[in-house]
Structures are given as C-alpha cells and as structure tokens.
Design a protein around this ligand. Structure first.
Ligand code: PLP
Length: 376
C-alpha cells in the first residue's frame, strides 16, 4: 500500500506528466513568463468552465479576496458579514483594508454560513456578504442572494474550496459556485481541487465594468501601462502555473468524481455509526469534497488523531480555532461573539485523507483504524 497522505499531488502529476512537462517547457522556450497568451487562454477556459463572463487571474486566493473588496470600493468603517468557521484569509483581508469583519454562525449540517444569521447581523454599515463554500459544500446561495438584493449588499463568494460545485436554483437554473455572487474568488494552492505547482488565484465576475476594475487593481491600478488611476497592488499568475492549470482544468470534473467516489466509500463505511456523523450533502447542490470532514460524538478527538498518526493515517482539524477566537481579532471584539454552532463544530470536526488518488485498500485501512478506535 502506498503511504497515506492528506493529498497526493505527486501521483496525480505522474498521470499527466508528459503533457505537463511539455507545457512547462513550451513556456520556458517562449520566454513569456508573465502574462501573455498562455495566461489569457487559461483565464478564458476557466471562465467557460465556470459560466462566468470574466476571469482575472492573480497570485493567490487571499489576493483574490482582497482585490475583490478593493474593486467594490469597500473601505474603512464598512462591515462585511462572514462566517467565523473558515480559513483565516477570508476575514483577514477585510481587516487589512480596515473593514470590520462581522462574524456569524454556520449551518451545522453544511458547515456554511447560516442565511438567517446573516440577516440578523445586517447594520447600516454592512456592505457585503462573503460566503465560503467550505470543504466543497456550497453555501445556500439562493437565500444569500435574496438577502443581498433586499438589503442592497454585494456578495463575494470565497470559492477556494468549492470550485466545480454546482447549485440548482428553484427557477430551474443550474449555476457553478463562484459565478453567482457579484464576484467569485478562488485559489490554486497546490492542495486545492484545482491546484497549481505553486501559488495562484482567480477572480470571476459577469460585470464588465467590475472586471476592468479588478484587472486594474491587480496591476498597480494601471489603466494603461505607466498610467495609474487608482491604488492597487501587484498580483499575477505566472505563465508556467497557467500552463499547468490549463491542463488540470480539463481533468477537474474527473478529479471531482474521484473525490466523490472516495467520499461515497467513507460514507458507506461509517453509515449509521452512533459516534460518527458523515458529511451532509444538500440535494440542491453538488459537493466537491475538498475535504472529507466528520463530526465526532462522544469521542476524544485528540486521542483519535494521535492514534491515527501512530498507525500512519494522517488527519487534520480544519480549523482548530475559529476566526472570532483568533488573537488577531481581539481588537474587533472577537471573543464577545456568541457563535455556538461554530464553537461546537470546532471541537468535534476531523478531516480524513481525501484526494484523487486514494484507492480502496488505502481507504479500507483508514476506515478500519478509525472504527477500531471509536469502537474502543
Ligand atoms: C486556500 C483558501 C484561501 C486562500 O487561498 P491562498 O491561495 O492560500 O491565498 C481562502 N479561503 C479559503 C476558504 C481557502 O481554503
């Protein structure tokens, strides 16, 4: 059996090695490392895939979120509503821009922002909602967009873990996550579902004016070369990463299917267990299983994790401290928040290895050890 890892990007690479190596060499031979045809082609193909009119590539997912907030004109004193049960980047960029992140609770089944909690947190200063499609489960975008319309708010989707997920709306339309809000942001960090061989990110929108503004901000606020209209930043996806991503994009649906197959295996193995709650799947959306995250009941999670490590099974806690309890948010009154679902989940979640290269022998080994521990 191959050693177990949370993600196995090496085996995945080996399956497409010839194509990837040739594409990387072609970029080197072109000597066009920044911008150019390869980057544009990837942006075009990603826009097509995601059903978004415009894709602006950038250096990473954190920058994508920051540039999105800048392009929407969010500024000091404004408030954005976000989940606390998320990766720190989502809220850190708001704080960096002087915007107040207002944390709300999540739905205990989907792990995603609770629309009812959003509505309660709206104040006259609220400018935007930032839902996160956590672990690859889509947030309830239909409800969120209704709230945003009613209160005239922007929606920025943090789609770093959700790329490829789809949502069925009640009017019969089907849309990809990241194409529903005013702006969608994603990350190509190597372990993400569409991972580069380094850093990368992208911003999506259907609004042309917004697209131009996003592009300008990602490039030093330039409207044309050496003419800087607004304060921006420097955030670029390089051509080598774009070449690799363009190849991997063609396999993304296959990768998502492989993740779902692995999730099905776990679901079946843990079904009905009194101490293990398997990930909920909403019938209105497609889970892309960036993570496979269990909720443990009446189980010593640290002891399980230590046991799994001792037998060669990696596991992770995403995330051990919710954003509102991070030291960096003390100044925002982080610890004053009452987010019982977030705290409850934070103490009970554990993520098992999930990726495109897991085989059944590996999964059976993982399952056997999890069950051995929890069954005592
Ligand atoms: C990975 C991730 C980001 C940040 O992406 P980077 O490319 O690492 O900057 C933001 N939000 C979420 C939910 C993520 O998982």
């Amino acid at each position: 059996m191959r050693p177990l890892q949370m993600v196995d990007t090496l085996t995945q690479y080996h399956k497409i090695k010839a194509e990837v190596d040739a594409a990387v060499i072609a970029v080197m031979e072109s000597a066009q490392f920044i911008g150019g045809v390869v980057v544009n082609q990837f942006a075009h193909n990603l826009a097509q895939y995601n059903g978004s009119k415009h894709v602006i590539t950038c250096a990473n997912g954190t920058d994508a979120l920051q540039i999105a907030m800048m392009a929407l004109g969010l500024q000091s004193g404004d408030e954005v509503i976000t989940p606390s049960f998320t990766y720190i980047a989502t809220v850190e960029v708001a704080a960096l821009l002087g915007i107040k992140p207002v944390f709300v609770d999540v739905d205990p089944r989907t792990f995603c922002i609770d629309p009812i909690a959003i509505e309660k947190a709206i104040t006259p200063k609220t400018k935007a909602i930032v839902p996160v499609h956590l672990y690859g489960h889509a947030a309830d975008m239909e409800a969120i967009m209704k709230i945003a319309e009613k209160h005239n708010l922007y929606v920025i989707e943090d789609n770093a873990q959700g790329i490829g997920s789809t949502i069925n709306f009640s009017d019969g339309t089907v849309k990809k996550t990241g194409s529903i809000g005013h702006i969608g942001c994603t990350s190509f960090y190597p372990s993400k579902n569409l991972g580069a061989f380094g850093d990368g990110g992208a911003i999506m929108t259907d609004n042309e004016e917004l697209a131009n503004r996003l592009r300008m901000i990602a490039s030093h606020g330039q409207s044309k070369r050496y003419y800087h209209d607004v304060i921006g930043c420097n955030s670029r996806l390089d051509a080598i990463q774009a070449a690799i991503l363009d190849i991997k994009l063609k396999h993304l649906d296959e990768y998502i299917a492989a993740r779902n197959k692995a999730a099905d295996f776990y679901d079946k193995a843990f079904a009905g267990h009194e101490k293990i709650e398997t990930p909920y799947r909403d019938s209105k959306s497609k889970h892309v299983f960036h993570q496979y995250t269990l909720i443990l009941k009446n189980t010593d999670r640290d002891a399980l994790s230590a046991y799994l490590t001792s037998v060669g099974v990696p596991s992770m806690i995403y995330y051990p401290v919710p954003a509102h309890r991070q030291k960096m948010f003390d100044a925002f009154g982080g610890s004053d928040y009452h987010l019982p679902v977030t705290d409850w989940l934070t103490e009970r979640v554990i993520s098992l290895p999930i990726h495109t290269e897991l085989d059944e022998a590996q999964q059976q080994f993982i399952v056997n050890h999890v069950l051995k521990f929890v069954n005592g």
